[in-house]
Ligand binder design. Sequence first.
Ligand code: NAD
Ligand code: UDP
Length: 320
Amino acid sequence: MKKKIVITGAAGFLGSHLCDRFIAEGFEVIGMDNLITGDLKNIAHLFQHKDFHFYHHDVTKFVHVPGKVDYILHFASPASPIDYLKIPIQTLKVGSLGTHNLLGLAKEKNARILIASTSEVYGDPLVHPQNEAYYGNVNTIGPRGVYDEAKRFQESITMAYHRFHGLETRIARIFNTYGPRMRLNDGRVIPAFLGQALRGEDLTVFGDGSQTRSFCYVDDQVEGLYKLLMSDYSLPVNIGNPHEISILDFAEEIIKLTGTQQKIVFKPLPKDDPMQRQPDIAKAKEILGWEPKISRAEGLKTTYEYFKGFSKEALQKSEH
Ligand code: NAD
Ligand code: UDP
């Protein structure tokens, strides 16, 4: 009998790639999404597949799935700073009430659940690179607190279900991941820079660009998540690419890649924007035998090709 998996946030960037992966692995997949930041286009190609079912549902409301469920991936949540600043209450609700509902479903079905946590649980980190033992440095009442604290609560309630109910749980601390199907206007730095280059606009670097990030290509991320789900490890694991770069150097890399004649312009740094971020992935290497394989040059090329396929109108619509 086929294994059945519920994937929340299925119409989003990561969720849609996870749906593809689990369909390819021969699972029956229930994709759940309320489309608040997602797009059905990301999963339209799956609609004809006999093992794929789409539930248009807000997971902060009671979640019901008929029949057995073997696995759950809880990925529903706005993920881009401009999204979660626009819908702060929904962000808090999907991380808290939504996670509670999915844990309840997992308990009822005796399913294993993996939740999508984030490097944002480390806040603006005082430890570098960040390993899983670090407790983080989050401003609870700052604008980003709605996302960071929802994710921290998500980890706590997940561990409580694991310890109190013996539920099989997995916690992935996902670091900046990119690739095809990101929304051009979701505000995250890679679609922002590539969209600007394609529209012939200057690239907007926030602050002086000395803040760092470490970008993981989506296929590597999905492989790490798959391995974590299939592992027997219930404490948090960082999944990301440790190759770190400053945002200013990154903007220059995008200028070279796209051949744009535009220049870099500087805008104010958003409040509480983390100054450095790099995953320590020793645990993922040891426990999952996983590490990223795709270089930034290769991943960016594929992502740029994807965005180049957009029509002029779609590109204009993606302006802020
Ligand atoms: P995304 O915005 O592309 O996808 C999120 C999806 O969740 C969207 O389709 C949205 O409509 C859906 N959603 C939001 N609230 C919902 C609700 N109440 N009910 C049902 N569906 C809802 O973002 P993404 O980059 O694919 O991120 C997916 C998950 O991974 C998020 O939980 C995010 O926090 C986590 N994550 C992503 C990254 C990254 O770099 N992409 C990094 C860390 C963590
Ligand atoms: N950033 C930038 N210009 C943009 C968008 C983002 O300089 O047009 C910066 C942002 O301030 C942050 C980094 O790029 O320091 C990564 O931002 P993103 O929103 O992609 O993710 P996060 O801050 O959640 O890591």
